[in-house]
Design a protein around this ligand. Sequence first.
Ligand SMILES: CC[C@H](C(=O)O)C(=O)SCCNC(=O)CCNC(=O)[C@H](O)C(C)(C)COP(=O)(O)OP(=O)(O)OC[C@H]1O[C@@H](n2cnc3c(N)ncnc32)[C@H](O)[C@@H]1OP(=O)(O)O
Length: 288
Amino acid sequence: MFLKRISNSFRQFSTNKLKPANFTPQRAAEYLSTFEGGKVTIELYGKEFPGIATLTLDNPTKKNGLTGSMMADLHYSMDRLEKDEQNLRALIIQGSNGTFCSGGDLDFVKKICDSDHGYIMCSLMSHTLTRLSRLPFISISKIEGFALGGGAELASTCDIRVAHAKAKIGFVQGRIGVTPGWGGLPFIVRNFGYSRALEALCTAKVFNSLELQKLGFLQEIYETNADFEKYLSRYLSIEVEPIKAMKKGVIALQKRDLEAFEVERRVFASLWGGELQKALLSENRKHK
Ligand SMILES: CC[C@H](C(=O)O)C(=O)SCCNC(=O)CCNC(=O)[C@H](O)C(C)(C)COP(=O)(O)OP(=O)(O)OC[C@H]1O[C@@H](n2cnc3c(N)ncnc32)[C@H](O)[C@@H]1OP(=O)(O)O
């Protein structure tokens, strides 16, 4: 109990030091890493798929909800992936144990439910998702089970989205009184268009795979892992160099949307920690 008090006072002290005004991604990652739980791992896919790696979100008892330490892990993962020492052609973002990501780990979320923490989390995740979108190779989200809230933002940020036939994807942030807070908004709009993006966000609908394939959000639906690997093998048909060149062209187009992030952060921080969010969080709603 004594140690817990010490770690909480350290955390309180470090929160007091880390304000939006002196935010840096590094400081935010160091601070959020004190909220432990789950992990993020990077591995090569296998010799039959040269130049393809996986990034796995692993917090299975929470449907891969992201804790602060997992958000920090994602930040550090970008440091490693940007070096591109393996000369990758593609990165697959996936979750462990048959689901993608249920958004923020609500036990962690309830510990940081104030505007300053919201700004810090949103700023770090926005920074990370921007870096993800700019990696020099293509990113493919492999969606099984659920991709909800921030998890759906993460899926939206990948270049390509592939889902299991029974996957469910929902931008449910509004159901707990907030807006997209991981920096996914520009990518949601890019994938859906303005009207369909606002419709998805303002109805907080949980879509099935077929619905999202018809809307153009999903590029492929698979039934078995063999189907998925058959789709994945299509990305082996050209050399790494032209793949990287195509990605470079797309990145140049994305940079136009960046000023939208600051607006998103401020709007998000204005709702995060508010009475509406606290009341809705206390209901522990399920979004099946
Ligand atoms: C800005 C983004 C924002 C943020 O950062 O806060 C968000 O991401 S908002 C969205 C936050 N996520 C949720 O509200 C998801 C809540 N969970 C569910 O709706 C369901 O659990 C679902 C649909 C993911 C899975 O339903 P299913 O029936 O298949 O399983 P269970 O509900 O029994 O869940 C198993 C077990 O996992 C725990 N769990 C699931 N999601 C989370 C989560 N996000 N954080 C913490 N824990 C989670 C759930 O409580 C169960 O635990 P147990 O101890 O077994 O009861």
